[in-house]
Design a binder for this molecule. Sequence first.
Ligand code: ADP
Length: 323
Amino acid sequence: IRKIAVLTSGGDAPGMNPCIRAVVRTAIYNGKQAVGVMQGYQGLIDDNMKDMNTRSVSNTLHLGGTILKTARCMPFKTDEGQAIAYKNLKDREIDALVCIGGDGTFTGALRFSKNYPDIAVIGVPGTIDNDLYGSDYTLGFDTATNTVIEALDKIRDTADSHDRLFFVEVMGRDSGCIALRAGIAGGAEAIMLPETETALDDLIRDLESSPNKSSSIVIVAEGDNHGGAYDIAKIVKDRIKSYHTKVTILGHLQRGGSPSSFDRILGSRLGYAAVNALLKGESRKMVGLRGNVIVLTDLEEALANHEFKLEDDLMQMMKVLSI
Ligand code: ADP
């Protein structure tokens, strides 16, 4: 390995910049060249790349989003697009690629590696959803959860002052990880998750059975199977007429922001580990954190598996602590 390129793809996530910084500096420390690819796979196709030195990543550790930018790139899903990307990498004598992103990013990376095995590829899990196999945590999940908790604390002031029932919708189309953790840390009365069937009847019964609560917050993950927070609020309002319900959709404010200490350290660790894996001759793998140990998982295996990341004890505890 002589020249390592790094890109961020899919949705941006806090912790991507610490990871880019770690990739660049670990590569240079080991006498390799580092290249930053702009806008994910699009930059490979447009030959939009820049040589990085140790100072290219100065003062980026605390920044949310990604300094390399990210984009959804349709051409990379075609063999023609992948061929152009390969040619551009070869012309620049790049022989290794670190791809930071989610499922889609890994799918593209694996396919590229099968088409062009002479370019080593390592994936880094970067998505606020925490929905990837092979790592207990993904970059951005911790920061996003902290952001949601901060918002919940503010919403609770109003819920409390007006005796209102708030339905707060958080990100998570297929994954309730943010909803579950934020629900516990923010003291929600109930959480609606995409992974589990929360019966609306049970929710309404629970709400009715705790009438002395001065405020109530129900967290709804956007992928919940009853529809969004507005739909659920409407059903509940129709059933419990005495409640004043309000809906807040937190939306994209959950994606950005300065990475938490956890995400800065995770990003640094994973970036460092990705380069070290490449130096050992690894390819077609992802780096991840399992039980506080850095592990490598085959991209193929990671993509074929789905992990249920909602801890049983948290699910049980939620019911107890919200009475
Ligand atoms: P995420 O990585 O967060 O899941 P996307 O699903 O948008 O985000 O995927 C990111 C990028 O990965 C896509 O824009 C595309 O360039 C690439 N990609 C996704 N699926 C494939 C595929 N089947 N083949 C090749 N490239 C893919």
